[in-house]
Design a binder for this molecule. Structure first.
Ligand code: ADP
Length: 918
């Protein structure tokens, strides 16, 4: 600004000083410097009044304050130059928007003052005329009748001031763009009402029909009567700035719209674009075309230009259109109608339909080599597009291309995303999408099927919610991987399904990252490896069992061969000796006895082996008969004393502690098997006792009879006490000396007792002795002398007597389970393993309730139920339905059963069912 001003002010030939409204010197030309003798930098630190005689300073300050804009004021004063010389000068103050121009003149001779002043006024006006704005004075009327216009008016409007002054050819109002006329009036009226300066921006139509933007600032002058005499001010051509501003605004709007609506719909989007463009230039006929190269066709993305739409239909060769020219050259064009016809004449293009007066097209650069064109046509407008408009349109087309490109990229991305989503959602394995905190965002149907949940129960939950008590370290590890790494590699986990089943899964995944590479989503797939894991474990168990069995069998075989061989050797040896006819009689009978004894040993071993095989195969039959305790004990005593003798343990005392009251009781049981169990206890007791005694104690707890065999032998260490009941198991050799025995006896005993609804247990202190205990229910118990009549009465009286419950089940575990569940009942349990056994029991005993497992090895349950009904028509029959045969439910309900139990069940449930019948 200073530069241009300096250049300009030097030209005026007048000493000129420029100050702010506070009279602070901003600039002085060379002539002015000469007058006051200071340099420009020096002056710039001073106020204009500092140059004056101090007596005049205040006067000049007041004068400057009172001076009106564009109404120069003259003053005569004294300037004190740098070398303190006093110079009389005349000066003229003129105010502009922000500055005061002061022109100086030497006025030594008084007569010259008037002339000098005139001269300087003329020069100042010349200065004003050359300012970039238009100085004007007009009437306050509806024509804005012009009284004065500086020369610059011609260059801004194309009209000479004379054409407009006094409305000669046109009024100034006619120059104002019609739509803007009212705003000019409004602003001026407002300013007059409030006695202020006005400022207004409006468009004018230049002589050449182009539009220019004007900034106007002015004041109204009132005469003495208070009427407006005239309006005075300055107009500045701000077309360039306005255009730039509007273009910037339009480009900004287009960019913003494209950001707001990424997946836009062409019609609505381009219509708004069209509106934004119209703020800068006429955009009534706006089209956006895309070129389809393979098909050599132009597609209309949008067009508000009906003529163009019609013309395009009749295009036979796209390559001979103006649009194609822009697309092929990738250069913007602005053709007049003449130029278009010229091109047609040179056979470059074909003419289609009605051509407009102007055709403007700019290339649309799209991704993937796609090309398009943005067209504005001017058919009959009076105002024309300019090169500036073309550049502006190019700028906006650039924004449009970016928007289309972004949309196409996003659409492609969406399509890809959809493809992947479908891919994941239809995977045959369980798929899940998590956020980096492990929260589930999506799961596929396989996931829901495997885990047994519904989608609503899963989405939004943390994935580890579904874990089956994993360690905290595993959780931390998992979350760290999610947040920091991109891959989840074969992560082993246990998941819990809705039904509570634990699944072993292998999880694999990868994360999706944001621009900074931070994981935002994690895709993961898991496979249920539970069957593999289970098979693995089962195999391991089977292997261990096989190894253990193998070991036990080898030691069993070693023992067995010893056990069988020693009696066999004895039998064979003594038989051999018997061949000798000269053998004395006493020897002979001694040998024969030995052969018999060893033969019995052998038989016992063989019996044991047969028993254990039967028990394991479930084919051990029980023969229930009346047992009279006193008879039974007499027989048992004979047997055990024989055993003591056989073992040569006569030095071990035998005691019996039996309640006298018990002597005459009798009940139904398999006495052979009870004897077998007790004889096994005695045999062991004598075997493992070297001094002291063996005692038999018999007591009764209501309907349960308890046999106890105490010994004062070597005893059994605590940790071995359960073990010895397993087949082939013996107490570890380090705790005992004798190696003999097969390890089968106690296993057989416990099995037999359980078959009869009883138990076998041991209490022992290592080094002090052992007690083996047999507890058996007494079915059909009779007390005192056997008396059929009284027995009948007591057995029928259910209130006093424990119930007799028959459990028919092939499985030992099931029998034990039921007995455990019904422990609280006052009942004795009887166990039949097969249908044949069950029928036999039903024939011997009267049962209060029968529980039947649905799976029997030897007959249909329904058949058996029918058979039992024939024997005991009144007995309540309850079917026990396992998970495998829930389908039989209907049949059970319709059949002879009284009720059923669904397994697995709970203690209260089972008791409720059973109690109904007892
Ligand atoms: P066997 O006696 O043929 O070895 P059992 O099953 O009857 O088989 O006994 C298993 C093991 O239990 C015996 O080998 C012995 O180690 C231990 N045992 C059984 N009864 C007694 C007892 N009364 N005192 C000490 N140990 C005993």
């Amino acid at each position: 600004m200073e530069d241009s001003l300096a250049r300009f002010s030097e030209k005026t030939g007048v000493p000129l000083i420029l100050t702010g409204y506070d009279l602070h010197i901003l600039y002085a030309n060379n002539r002015a410097l000469k007058v006051c003798g200071y340099s420009l930098p020096e002056l710039k630190t001073m106020r204009f009044v500092d140059l004056l005689d101090p007596g005049q300073r205040q006067e000049v300050i007041n004068l400057a304050g009172a001076t009106d804009r564009d109404q120069p004021v003259a003053y005569q004063g004294r300037i004190i130059s740098k070398n303190k010389e006093i110079r009389r000068v005349g000066f003229l103050l003129a105010k502009d928007e922000q500055v005061i121009f002061i022109s100086l003149s030497n006025i030594s001779p008084a007569e010259n003052i008037e002339r000098e002043l005139k001269e300087s006024r003329r020069k100042l006006m010349g200065f004003l005329n050359n300012l970039p704005g238009i100085a004007f004075r007009c009437k306050y009327d509806r024509h804005w009748t012009m009284l004065f216009l500086s020369q610059t008016f011609a260059s801004v409007t194309g009209y000479q001031p004379e054409d407009i002054l006094h409305n000669k050819n046109k009024s100034f109002s006619q120059l104002i763009f019609p739509e803007d006329r009212s705003i000019v009036h409004l602003k001026v009226d407002n300013a007059i009402r409030t006695h202020r300066q006005f400022q207004v921006e409006y468009r004018i139509i230049r002589k050449d029909n182009k539009i220019s933007w004007i900034f106007e600032q002015g004041n109204a002058w009132e005469n003495k009567t208070g009427n407006i005499e005239y309006i005075e001010g300055i107009m500045i051509d701000i077309t360039q700035r306005k255009y730039a501003e509007q273009l910037q605004q339009a480009v900004g709007n287009i960019a913003e719209l494209s950001m707001e609506e990424i997946e836009f719909d062409n019609q609505a989007y381009f219509e708004r674009i069209r509106q934004y463009i119209s703020a800068v230039m006429i955009a009534d006929n706006f089209s956006v075309l895309q070129y389809d190269e393979p098909a050599n066709k132009l597609h209309i993305l949008f067009s508000s230009d009906e003529i163009l739409i019609n013309d395009l239909v009749s295009v036979d060769d796209v390559r001979r259109t103006l649009s194609y020219k822009v697309i092929a050259d990738q250069k913007p064009v602005l053709f007049s109608d003449k130029e278009v016809i010229e091109l047609a004449g040179k056979d470059r293009i074909n003419l289609y339909g009605r051509k407009g007066r102007q055709w403007m097209g700019v290339p649309l650069r799209l991704i993937h080599g796609n090309k398009g064109v943005v067209i504005l046509q001017n058919y009959d407008q009076e105002r024309f597009y300019t090169q500036d408009d073309m550049k502006a349109l190019e700028l906006m087309a650039h924004q449009i291309a970016m928007a289309i490109n972004r949309r196409d990229a996003v659409t492609a991305l969406r399509r890809r995303e959809k493809y992947y989503r479908n891919f994941y959602m239809n995977l045959p394995e369980s798929y899940q999408l998590m956020d980096p905190n492990g929260k589930l965002m999506m799961v596929n149907s396989k996931w829901l099927e495997v885990m047994g949940y519904r989608k609503q129960e899963v989405i939004g939950k943390a994935f580890d919610w579904f874990w089956a008590d994993e360690e905290k370290t595993t959780r931390d590890k998992f979350l760290t991987i999610l947040k920091k790494q991109y891959r989840l590699d074969h992560f082993l986990l246990k998941l819990k399904t809705k039904k509570g089943r634990t699944l072993n899964v292998i999880l694999t995944g990868h994360s999706e990252q944001d621009m900074q590479g931070k994981p935002v989503k994690v895709h993961a797939v898991f496979a249920d490896v539970t069957p593999i894991k289970e098979a693995e474990q089962a195999m391991k168990r089977a292997k261990e069992k096989a190894e253990e069995n193998d070991m036990l069998k080898s030691s069993f075989l070693a023992n067995m061969s010893h056990e069988i061989r020693s009696p066999m050797n004895a039998i064979l040896g003594f038989s051999e000796l018997l061949k000798n006819n000269s053998l004395p009689e006493n020897r002979r009978s001694q040998y024969i006895n030995l052969i018999l004894e060893r033969g019995q040993d052998l038989l016992r071993i063989i019996d044991d082996i047969i028993d254990i095989s039967k028990l394991e195969a479930g084919s051990m039959h029980l023969n229930y008969d009346t047992v009279n305790l006193s008879d039974f004990l007499t027989d048992l005593k004979m047997g055990l004393l024989q055993e003591r003798k056989r073992q040569k343990k006569d030095h071990i005392a035998f005691y019996a502690k039996i309640d006298r009251n018990l002597r005459h009781i009798s009940w139904k049981a398999d006495k052979i098997r009870i004897r077998q169990i007790l004889m096994n206890f005695f045999s062991n007791a004598f075997k493992f006792t070297d001094k002291g005694s063996v005692t038999l104690e018999v007591i009764r707890h209501e309907e349960v009879i308890v046999f106890m065999v105490h010994d004062t032998g070597i005893g059994i260490p605590d940790d071995q006490q359960e073990l010895i009941f397993e087949r082939f198991r013996q107490v570890d050799l380090k705790y005992r000396s004798s190696k003999s025995g097969t390890g089968l006896g106690l296993s057989i005993s416990r099995n037999l007792a359980e078959n009869m609804g009883g138990t076998v247990s041991v209490r022992s202190v290592y080094g002090e002795g052992s007690t083996f205990i047999l507890k058996l229910p007494m079915l059909d118990l009779k007390e005192g002398e056997i008396n059929e009549a009284s027995a009948a009465v007591t057995s029928d009286n259910k209130q006093d007597k424990p119930a007799v419950i028959l459990i028919i089940s092939h499985s030992n575990d099931n029998f034990r389970y039921l007995r455990e569940m019904l422990k609280g009942l006052d009942a004795n349990f009887c166990w039949a393993r097969t249908s044949e056994e069950a029928q036999r029991f039903a024939g011997v005993l009267k049962h209060d309730l029968i529980l039947m497992d649905m799976e029997l090895p030897d007959s249909s349950v329904f058949y058996l139920a029918g058979q039992i009904r024939k024997i005991q028509p009144q007995v309540p029959l309850i079917a026990q339905l396992g998970s495998g045969n829930q389908n039989d439910l209907q049949k059970v309900k319709e059949g002879v059963f009284d009720d059923y139990l669904k397994m697995p069940t709970s203690r209260p449930l089972i008791n409720a069912v059973v109690n109904r019948f007892l």
